[in-house]
Design a protein around this ligand. Structure first.
Ligand code: SF4
Length: 324
């Protein structure tokens, strides 16, 4: 841990760097609780670069918690289309409804109340408390976990109960009484731009004098990644009189979204593409089959929410057909 005097010096150095080198992010300029709530849901398992365009589009369509609460699930999923991990969109929608029903549309600042909202775990609750309400609480995203593990030269697995406890205590010891938002933002940016995964840029680090790491590239220690499983998936792009046939996902994967119908694997594919989802690598093969009575047809100009790999497969299929 670090004592109060050192923590104050640390924060001075960190803030001096952050005031000139901090990132400009669309949810930072006016960090209203709703903006922070949406950005934190979108940033779960997704990079800042990928989130930015979705965030801006989302805010145009759902500018406040009320407009989101009254939307249909299909509208919500359509605006999330391409961002992946769709349970986040469904949870954000449910959270908006709960905020309107239970708190009159005002997002609570209390961590216990935040934790009770759908899809809000310990990390998201602390991030909302810090970024939206300026509370001085430890915020431990992957970037900050890495910075802390290195600063304190923590050589244990950070995913264990002891590892989590250590990170939490170490992060708490670095906090100042005020300015929780500035502190968490600066720590996050330090991890994203200087104390990066792999080889950090220690020569440019504003808090190098406080860092105990002797071999930072090996930190943090994490559990081994699960092996990738390869899958083959056969689907049909069936278009009749300008309309395309789809089925609704039986769930739980892509619940609420519409998919290309499954097809026989014996037919030679017209085209194929590969995509990754969680720990799976899927080879998606496209054929052209007769429509089944249980499938639903949709105008190609007005498709319901669909996962990106299936949208890409339709585009690839059309391109291939043109060539033939
Ligand atoms: S000195 Fe290097 S390892 Fe330590 S916090 Fe800075 S960038 Fe990270």
């Amino acid at each position: 841990m670090i004592d109060e005097k050192k923590a104050s010096e640390f924060n001075k150095a960190l803030q001096a760097w952050f005031s000139s080198q901090g990132r400009v992010l669309p949810w930072r300029s006016n960090p209203s609780p709703y903006l922070v709530l949406v950005s934190e849901f979108m940033l779960q398992q997704t990079t800042v670069a990928a989130v930015k365009p979705y965030f801006q589009r989302w805010m145009k369509r759902f500018p406040d918690v009320q407009s989101l609460a009254v939307a249909t699930e299909e509208q919500v999923l359509k605006h999330w289309e391409g961002l992946g991990y769709y349970s986040r969109a469904r949870n954000l929608h449910r959270a908006a409804k709960a905020i309107v029903a239970q708190f009159g549309g005002i997002i609570p600042s209390d961590m216990t109340l935040l934790r009770a909202l759908p899809g809000v775990g310990p990390y998201t609750a602390s991030a909302i408390a810090a970024f939206a309400f300026d509370h001085s609480v430890p915020v431990l995203d992957a970037n900050i976990q890495r910075v802390i593990a290195r600063l304190f030269d923590f050589r244990e697995n950070i995913a264990t109960a002891e590892g989590k406890k250590f990170l939490h205590q170490a992060a708490a010891s670095l906090l100042s009484e005020n300015e929780g938002r500035q502190h968490a933002s600066a720590m996050m940016d330090l991890g994203a731009t200087i104390c990066r995964a792999g080889e950090p840029d220690c020569t440019a680090c504003p808090v190098r004098a406080f860092c105990k790491a002797t071999d930072p590239a090996m930190l943090p220690l994490t559990p081994p990644k699960k092996a990738i499983t390869h899958l083959e998936d056969w689907r049909t792009v069936t278009i009749r009189r300008g309309k395309i046939f789809l089925i609704q996902s039986p769930g739980p994967t892509w619940k609420g979204l519409w998919l290309l119908p499954p097809a026989e694997s014996s037919a030679p594919p017209i085209c194929s593409l590969t995509y990754a989802i969680t720990r799976y690598k899927v080879n998606l093969h496209i054929v052209n089959a007769e429509a089944m009575p249980t499938w639903q047809s949709f105008s190609q100009e007005n498709l319901p929410p669909m996962p990106s790999p299936h949208l890409k497969a339709i585009a690839l299929f059309k391109l291939q057909k043109k060539k033939l």
